[in-house]
Design a protein around this ligand. Structure first.
Ligand code: SF4
Length: 180
């Protein structure tokens, strides 16, 4: 089912980002994953390869996963938006609305126990429209039997290394929740 959804997504032209993308970045990882990471949108390297979180931000994400003992191949990683917004601008509400159905379907098929939002845009879409990262990162919210949490987007950590210690604590909490 996930493969059919992926094929549909790869052919999607439902919003103007289809005109400027190189590849659709559907998502990757274990379709039976307990933990699903949701970022904002593909960046340059992701657009070029069609894979999520492969650039510098992706390498940083890998380091956090490794630090808390979560194998990347055991999680599923995707984004709110599947095509790169030009110059990495924030995806606008129309683009988010056009694309969110794919994420909803991924969530339904994968059926994770824990959803980790990476960055404000994903957290506002999936946890709370007024989500404030500095105040609410690392909090676990249970909705419909699924734990939702959010931490800083790795790209934000590259710009603001001061958030790295908090992020490590958030990842430790995620690993604990996954092991319980
Ligand atoms: S961003 Fe989403 S809705 Fe827009 S073209 Fe890409 S896959 Fe389709």
């Amino acid at each position: 089912m996930l493969e059919q959804l992926r094929e549909r997504c790869l052919a999607c032209r439902a919003c103007p980002l289809a005109e400027t993308r190189t590849h659709v970045v559907f998502g990757s990882g274990d379709p039976g994953a307990d933990i699903m990471f949701v970022g904002e949108a593909p960046g340059k390297n992701e657009d070029l390869t069609g894979e999520p979180f492969v650039g510098r931000a992706g390498q940083l994400l890998d380091r956090y996963l490794e630090a808390v003992g979560i194998p990347r191949e055991k999680v599923y990683i995707t984004n709110i938006i599947k095509c790169r917004p030009p110059q990495n601008r924030d995806p606008n509400p129309g683009e988010q609305e056009a694309c969110i159905g794919y994420l909803r379907e991924q969530f339904r098929i994968i059926s994770p126990r824990i959803v980790v939002c990476l960055g404000r845009i994903a957290a506002q879409k999936m946890i709370d429209p007024n989500f404030r990262m500095t105040r609410q990162h690392g909090e676990m919210v249970k909705k419909g039997g699924v734990l939702f949490t959010a931490t800083y987007h790795p790209a934000a950590l590259l710009r603001n290394p001061a958030y790295k210690a908090d992020t490590l604590q958030d990842f430790k909490r995620i690993a604990e929740a996954a092991g319980s």
